[in-house]
Design a protein around this ligand. Structure first.
Ligand code: NAD
Length: 475
């Protein structure tokens, strides 16, 4: 979808999108080449000149209309997300709803972008600090939440006055293309929101290598984020990175963990574990370890692996073979180093799970910090649970490694929670609760989990440049 046209460009080849639940074809999109990517960036640059000058209220009104259209088309979008991601249908509906709500939220933020008049430096001068949009934004998104990761980027970029070229993941591009069509129907001017589809190493790379892109906002793996950062250095351009998690949970004795056990389990296996904020590893004080493990395993075994279109399914298939192999390699590594398998551990292949991408909730114990499941993000339904002698030990282990997205603390009192929270190098900390992050607070990571923030007014700030203007008032 470039400049309002969804044609088949001459430089493209076919990209077949498969349903991970069945292996069937969901649709075919073009894998576009360098010329089309260049045309998309040029079209967004042309559109930028008019878009940035629109009063924020008008930009907000477009965002509200797109949001409304998403809700009108929620059945179509949810079915697409279900089919291309393999996401259980209820969760697919939630994703569409929350993405539409995010666009609506950013419509409100558009009206709150302001400037400042700093203290006077001279009585003959007025000094103004204003915010201006950076220009054309490349928005590169992953497969696990194709619409909500896009809505974070699109909503804040359009609110700020930027135009966007989106590059969805090669496994899940169709929902993004449909959203771009809805945006056109909402009256969004041509070129304000373009989409280029294709593999990351080709289409994504052409986009990152394009000089016309003034900011890359990326959600995905740490290694791709590093590559985007390196390539962006050439243009000294802004980069926002939302990268991998490997989030720890700490469970101390005397904490209200029993009240939260369902949510801890849900957060461990949400989206079949393909979720950056998921609980990857759990450190439990030894006094309550056996009881915690028993409850956790019991709850995890209640989760239902099933076909994504079935409303009672908790875990659908993994999205693709690469993710499956990654999950299996982490389990093999752990067992090879002495871990014990408490539950799950092998892909399920009997009918109706013939696609070979179904993996049950998996719990590993007797784990050490040397194992990949504890050191790196698994990005699948696998959790390592370790018994530790004290809360201090738990904090020490939880803080190891290069990730810093989220930490979950279950502690006896708020003051202990606040003390531990201050030690955790992570972008978000939950104390004695777990729920979805709110729109009006920043979202992002410390350390290698990312650069910059999304959501909230802080997220919009990434798409703006500050300008200082000195105005003479005469003598
Ligand atoms: P990935 O990095 O392989 O792919 C993500 C996107 O980048 C895709 O669109 C892909 O086509 C594109 N891409 C790949 N190589 C590229 C290149 N050389 N140049 C330009 N674009 C390229 O990510 P993945 O492993 O499929 O996604 C899962 C990762 O995403 C996990 O690590 C997960 O934690 C992370 N994630 C983070 C957040 C967050 O908010 N922090 C949210 C969701 C997912």
């Amino acid at each position: 979808m470039v400049n309002g046209q969804s044609c088949w460009p001459a430089d493209s080849r076919e990209l077949v999108v498969e349903n991970p639940a069945t292996g069937e074809c969901v649709g075919v999109v073009p894998e576009v080449g360098k010329d089309t990517v260049g045309e998309a960036v040029k079209s967004s640059a042309r559109a930028f000149n008019a878009w940035k000058k629109l009063p924020p209220g008008e930009r907000a009104s477009f965002l509200k209309t797109i949001s409304r259209k998403m809700l009108e088309e929620i059945d179509v979008l949810a079915r697409l997300v279900c089919e291309e991601v393999g996401k259980p249908i209820n969760a697919a509906y939630s994703e569409v709803k929350s993405s539409a709500d995010l666009l609506d939220y950013f419509a409100g933020e558009a009206l709150r972008i302001g400037g400042e008049l700093p203290c006077e430096n001279s009585s003959h001068e007025l000094v103004m600090v204003t915010r201006e949009p950076v220009g054309v934004v490349a928005a590169i998104t992953p497969f696990n939440y194709p619409l909500s990761t896009l809505a974070c980027k699109l909503g804040s970029a359009l609110a700020a006055g930027c135009t966007v070229v989106a590059k969805p993941d090669e496994h899940t591009p169709i929902s993004t293309v449909v959203l771009a069509k809805l945006a056109l129907e909402a009256g969004l001017p041509d070129g304000v929101f373009n989409v280029v589809t294709g593999w990351g190493e080709r289409t994504g790379n052409y986009l990152v290598e394009n000089r016309g892109v003034k900011l890359v906002t990326f959600t995905g793996s740490i290694s791709t984020g590093q590559s985007i950062l390196r390539k962006s250095a050439k243009y000294v351009r802004k980069v926002v990175l939302e990268l991998g998690g490997n989030c720890p949970a700490i469970v101390c004795k005397g904490s209200p963990w029993k009240k939260n056990i369902r949510d801890i389990v849900k957060q461990s296996f949400k989206n079949s574990g393909q979720y950056c904020y998921r609980v990857n590893r759990i450190y439990v004080e030894s006094d309550i370890y056996e009881e915690f493990l028993g409850s956790f395993t019991e709850e995890a075994n209640r989760l239902r692996l099933g076909l994504p279109q079935d409303k009672s399914t908790d875990l659908g298939p993994l999205n693709n073979v690469r993710i499956m192999k990654h999950v299996e390699s982490h389990i093999k590594d752990a067992i090879g180093k002495g871990a014990k398998l408490e539950s799950g551990g092998e892909r399920v292949t009997e009918t109706p799970f013939d696609s070979g991408l179904y993996f049950p909730p998996t719990i590993l114990t007797d784990v050490t910090q040397k194992m990949l499941v504890m050191r790196e993000e698994t990005f699948g339904p696998v959790v390592g649970i370790m018994s530790v002698s004290s809360c201090e030990d738990a904090v020490k282990h939880a803080s190891e490694g290069d990730s810093g997205l989220a930490s979950y603390l279950f502690v006896p009192d708020v003051s202990t929670g606040m003390q531990i929270a201050r030690c955790m190098e992570s972008g978000s900390v939950w104390i004695n609760t777990i729920h979805q992050a709110y729109f009006n607070v920043p979202f992002g990571g410390f350390k290698q989990s990312g650069l910059g923030r999304e959501k909230s007014s802080y997220g919009i700030e990434e798409f703006l440049e500050l300008k200082t203007t000195y105005v003479s008032l005469g003598k």
